[in-house]
Design a protein around this ligand. Structure first.
Ligand SMILES: [Zn+2]
Ligand SMILES: [Zn+2]
Length: 259
């Protein structure tokens, strides 16, 4: 069974409508896909405006039914974790009957490092990585999320510390395991300056060693990118030792064989 659990529509920063994406996924042989438009409590242009939440709910319910004989449509959301805002985030999530919630870190403090690389130059990259991994650990511990999104997004623009970061990877993988979250293998990093999957292979191997489950994600912002680089991603998972991937229904996790 082929799944893709992370994609964006025109309701947030995606370029295509739900139906265009569904048709592309069917043509590519997908059995199950999940929409995950952005929910962020900081007003920013790539988020879905909060007043569009009812429209998102209606669209997904309608399309789930319309395409039920062709493909399983899952209802996900990608929610920004912002330390201190846990209650607000929990309240928002509780209003939406989703299949799963991806928790992501696009902000460090009030810096949207994912959209604005200008500040990397004047910072200690190692300190940034430490702060990033501490925050992502906090997101896992919060219990708000089923899946941790692009677990090393901090490398997106190709800034890597000179120091060894194995201990950051290990500490983070241990927190993921203890917090009972799934991580995603997100293939979209291949299109970015880092030209790498999230997480990087050494981090992926450590997550596997700690017993952290995985799911498969394109993070497509265009219909044609659904399932991008999945052949490579699947063989990488196999080499790493993963045999199962996680799927969700009404926030309950189960596993299927790696395709
Ligand atoms: Zn994201
Ligand atoms: Zn995304």
């Amino acid at each position: 069974m082929l799944t893709d659990y992370h994609m964006h529509t025109i309701l947030s920063d995606g370029k295509d409508e739900h139906e265009t994406i569904i048709q592309a996924a069917i043509n590519k042989g997908f059995d199950e896909i999940g929409f995950t438009d952005h929910i962020c409590h900081i007003p920013v242009d790539w988020r879905m405006e909060p007043d569009l939440i009812p429209l998102m709910i209606e669209k997904i319910q309608t399309l789930k039914h319309k395409f039920r004989d062709k493909i399983n449509i899952k209802f996900g959301i990608e929610v920004d974790f912002i330390p201190g805002d846990e209650q607000k985030i929990a309240d928002t999530i509780s209003q939406i009957a989703v299949d799963y919630v991806i928790g992501s870190i696009h902000y460090i403090g009030n810096w949207n490092y994912d959209s604005d690389p200008s500040k990397f130059e004047d910072k200690s990259i190692y300190q940034l990585y430490e702060l990033y991994f501490q925050t992502i650990q906090e997101s896992a511990r919060s219990g708000l999320f089923d899946i941790i999104g692009h677990p090393d997004l901090i490398k997106k623009y190709g800034y890597y510390p000179e120091e060894d970061i194995t201990s950051l990877y290990k500490d983070t993988a241990a927190v993921f395991k203890n917090s009972n979250v799934v991580i995603e293998l997100n293939t979209n990093g291949k299109n970015k300056a880092c030209k790498d999957f999230y997480p990087a292979l050494p981090f992926l191997k450590i997550c596997h060693n700690y017993g952290v489950p995985i799911t498969l994600s394109s993070d497509a912002h265009k219909a044609k990118l659904v399932g991008q680089y999945f052949n490579e991603a699947i063989s990488l998972l196999r080499q790493t030792g993963y045999q199962k991937i996680a799927i969700f229904n009404k926030r309950k996790r189960s596993f299927i064989d790696l395709p």
